[in-house]
Design a protein around this ligand. Structure first.
Ligand code: NAI
Ligand code: MG
Length: 368
């Protein structure tokens, strides 16, 4: 097979800082594991606006469509707040997601033991936690019509519509089942079939896809409100959770915070399989461009590094190498390495962004 391509879009603020550490790790894989990528770099967000007057140039969009995976840092910053809505940095990211039709948003909640004390939950509830929330990203109540604020008699009424087609449910269900096969082989689907017709259809379609194509995967259903309770009570009962756009927005943010800092949270957004069988894919940390710490070498690069680990696993079939990278991070944290966001006020000197990157590379090196 030809060398897989990876398009890197560092973006703004701390985006380029954390991405520089990922590049060290990509280079390490090329040198030491013979894992070569055809890497190219381009601009997105404010950086693209500064050069081209648009937050995503058409050429960059075309390259993203062709890439085996896109890795993005973060976009935005106060400098761009004055811009017209149509050219705001975030529009570049939204265009990527929309034109690549990335309908499955993957948000892992993974707890590194060394950070278990960081959680608001008891240590034994979160230690070793590794679950994945798959949120439908391109349909549902954020997009359904009719929508708007209307006049009805002498008062206003705000309207949003939850609308899902069978095919929209089926494709995100398939993404979840495929993921489960590479993980703990278990999917829990969450909706509110008790009070919403779209939830009844959701449950029916997920069940049909399961019976027809994924009977080897264990499937359960839960009402989303009960699911929220179970996530806080005993999150380790889950492996993959699949849910709609609205519930997924809430559940993924809640689940992520079971395990600690924004600087630790990766994500992936996947679309339909391309000709080579790989899904269209965009990997990015959950955090933004963090203007308050940009340019100071304080950013935690781990969220971005873990996003690359997800790319290894879900785009490049390198699950073992992804595990190697996650274990290296676990080791570094267990040895006490901390960026400032992972420290209290206890006087320990934090590592800089690049020191953290170097520590991860050193831990990788120790595995071979
Ligand atoms: P933010 O995620 O950039 O920052 C929130 C807080 O978390 C800040 O105090 C920041 O210093 C800290 N933080 C974030 N990432 C960190 C890391 N890796 N290491 C250490 N600390 C970290 O969110 P905020 O402040 O709401 O937005 C800042 C800018 O980023 C805005 O322009 C916003 O529109 C944009 N943004 C972009 C996103 C993206 O590119 N996907 C997502 C969220 C916000
Ligand atoms: Mg959200």
């Amino acid at each position: 097979m030809s060398t897989p391509s990876l398009l890197i879009l560092p973006g703004d603020g701390i985006g380029p800082e954390v991405m520089a550490e990922v590049v060290k790790i990509i280079d390490w894989y090329g040198d030491k594991r013979g894992l070569k990528f055809d890497v190219s770099h381009d601009l997105v967000g404010g950086a693209a606006y500064d050069k081209h007057g648009t937050p995503l140039h058409d050429d960059t969009m075309a390259r993203a469509q062709k890439a085996d995976a896109v890795l993005l840092g973060a976009v935005g910053g106060p400098k761009y707040d004055v811009l017209d809505f149509s050219v705001k940095p975030e529009r570049g990211l939204l265009r990527l997601r929309k034109e690549m039709d990335l309908y499955a948003n993957l948000r892992p909640a993974q707890c590194f033991d060394a950070l278990a004390d960081f959680s608001s939950l008891k240590k034994d509830v979160v230690a070793g936690l590794d679950i994945m929330i798959v949120r439908e990203l391109t349909s549902g109540i954020y997009f359904g019509e009719p929508r708007g604020i209307f006049k009805e008699g002498n008062e206003r009424v705000g309207v949003n519509t939850q609308r899902y087609t069978e095919s929209e449910i089926a494709r995100v269900a398939r993404s979840a089942f495929e993921l489960a096969r590479r993980r703990g082989n278990k999917v829990c689907s969450m909706e509110k079939a008790n009070v919403m017709e779209s939830g009844i259809l959701w449950r029916d379609v997920v069940t049909e896809i399961h019976q027809a194509e994924y009977a080897d995967v264990e499937l359960s259903h839960m009402y989303a409100d009960a699911g929220a309770m179970q996530l806080c009570r005993w999150p380790k009962q889950f492996d993959v959770i699949v849910t709609d756009n609205l519930f997924g927005d809430l559940l993924s943010d809640a689940a992520a915070m079971l395990t600690g800092s924004l600087g630790m949270l990766p994500s992936a957004s996947l679309g339909a399989p391309m000709e080579n069988g790989r899904p269209k894919a965009l990997y990015e940390p959950v955090h933004g461009s963090a203007p308050d710490i940009a340019g100071q070498g304080k950013a935690n690069p781990i969220a971005c590094v873990l996003s690359f680990a997800m790319a290894l696993r879900y785009s490049f079939d390198q699950g073992d190498e992804a595990t190697r990278l996650e274990n290296a991070i676990e080791k570094v944290l267990a040895d006490g390495a901390r960026t400032a966001d992972l420290l209290g006020e206890d006087g320990v000197t934090p590592l800089s962004t690049s020191q953290m990157g170097d520590a991860i590379v050193a831990a990788l090196e120790a595995t071979i």
